[in-house]
Design a protein around this ligand. Structure first.
Ligand SMILES: [Zn+2]
Length: 435
């Protein structure tokens, strides 16, 4: 069964009642048959058309991954000691910078939306009662990522970030969108969602997560859950005055989580607390202790006995609040089973810094529609065209992400080699200033 995007968007208003086909993702390695490129009538060319990445398992293909293909990629990261950068995006421009950076680094990437970022994607002028704007915004972003990831030829995990108890209706809306998408495409719209109930008692956190995991596993979605507290402040949640001991997870808690969630599915990751803090602050009295993750892996391996995996790293960990961390601490955590690191603050800065530098460089051409140092009647249209400062922001972000890919040892993963220079891009005369 195959719908065009337009039909799909209309049909998504109808609730899905038919029974699910058991969870499976694309079984064919020729992934883009049935991909978005077919939906939009843009046959794959170049990297988009490859059938298999030279260095990766067969299931992994250009475009958004879910189900087994996503698990194969995460397992590859764990086995090879790298983590995939997970970048918070709030616009199509930010997403494109991520895709460009992934291809430039010959690597996979995780693109994620926070609830606030999703709402922004839909537009702050739209009423958000019942999380309408946040749901529609994230779905819109998902279609953008799905369409463009294939064209850039990179594998992408499409994720949503922190979802507290009160925000659950937002993720409910997104899972429902994935269930509808599954009916027509055999895979979910998103790859994974985070549910962050670390504010709630552990038993309640686990009960709710298990219920969600049951529902999500049926269509190949992965659940990221949070244990303990990430310090600092992000997206309206302020943990900056929590007691220090709450910032470190205990091995017993991580084991209990692993045991409970494993009963439902293996499609989960754990954001454990090891002194990580959201945002960049002056060094304080919270210290990053990646060994906590290693201790937990050893503790769980011992508990599992014969059932422990050969690599003795049963848990896939996610690193939140890594901005400003020492590279040595980041890289230590990679050996302890961290396969995803969130990046928000540093790319917020790089995007802004690109605009700041652009404004400084062309300041005298940006003070009015007409008139600059070359003459009172000279037009400035080509300077204030928003594409110019946004492209400067993108270029600076691609550069910052290269550092992230390097820090996380996530370079030259796909085996495609260097990206070809983009051709037929409109030059300076048609609206493009040197950045
Ligand atoms: Zn976080």
């Amino acid at each position: 069964m195959k719908f065009s995007v337009a039909t799909l968007l209309v049909s998504s208003a109808v609730s899905m009642t038919s029974a699910f086909v058991p969870a499976s993702t694309r079984t064919s390695p020729f992934a883009l048959k049935g991909g978005m490129s077919e939906d939009v009538g843009l046959p794959c060319e170049d990297d988009c058309a490859i059938e298999k990445y030279p260095n990766l398992p067969e299931s992994i293909h250009p475009g958004v991954l879910s189900g087994q293909a996503m698990m194969d990629l995460l397992e590859h990261a764990k086995q090879n000691g790298y983590a995939i950068p997970a970048v918070n995006c709030v616009s199509s421009s930010g997403i494109n910078a991520c895709l460009e950076a992934a291809r430039a680094n010959d690597a996979p990437i995780i693109i994620q939306f926070s609830s606030g970022g999703s709402q922004f994607y839909g537009g702050k002028g739209l009423d958000n009662s019942g999380y309408r704007a946040a749901i529609a915004g994230a779905v819109s972003g998902a279609f953008h990522v799905r369409t463009m990831a294939e064209q850039y030829g990179v594998p992408v995990i499409l994720h949503t970030d922190h979802c507290s108890k009160q925000l659950l209706p937002w993720v409910d809306g997104l899972i429902a969108a994935s269930e509808r998408y599954f009916v027509s495409h055999g895979e979910p719209l998103f790859s994974s969602h985070m549910i962050d109930l670390s504010e709630e008692p552990l038993e309640e956190n686990l009960e709710i997560c298990k219920d969600y995991l049951k529902r999500m596993d049926k269509i190949g979605l992965l659940l990221e859950m949070e244990l303990g507290i990430t310090g600092g402040e992000e997206d309206g949640v302020d943990n900056s005055d929590r007691p220090i001991e709450d910032l470190y997870s205990k091995p017993e808690e991580i084991y209990q989580t692993y045991e409970e969630l494993s009963k439902v599915s293996n499609k989960f990751t754990v954001a454990a607390a090891f002194g990580n803090v959201h945002g960049v602050y002056k060094p304080g009295n919270v210290k990053l202790e990646p060994e906590i993750l290693n201790n937990a892996q050893e503790y769980i391996t011992e508990k599992l006995g014969d059932k422990a995996p050969a690599d003795k790293k049963p848990v896939m960990f996610v690193f939140h609040g890594g901005s400003g961390s020492d590279v040595s601490d980041i890289q230590k955590s990679l050996g302890y089973g961290v396969i995803k690191m969130n990046i928000d603050t540093d790319t917020q800065w790089s995007y802004w810094e690109g605009i700041k530098n652009f404004e400084a460089k062309y300041h005298d051409y940006l003070q009015g529609q007409i008139g600059n140092p070359e003459g009172e009647d000279k037009p400035n249209k080509k300077y204030y065209d928003p594409r110019e400062c946004m492209r400067a922001a993108e270029v600076n972000t691609v550069k910052r992400l290269e550092t992230a890919f390097a820090d996380l040892k996530c370079q030259n993963i796909l085996g495609l080699g260097q990206a070809e220079e983009a051709k037929n891009v409109l030059g300076p005369r048609r609206g493009g200033l040197p950045v």
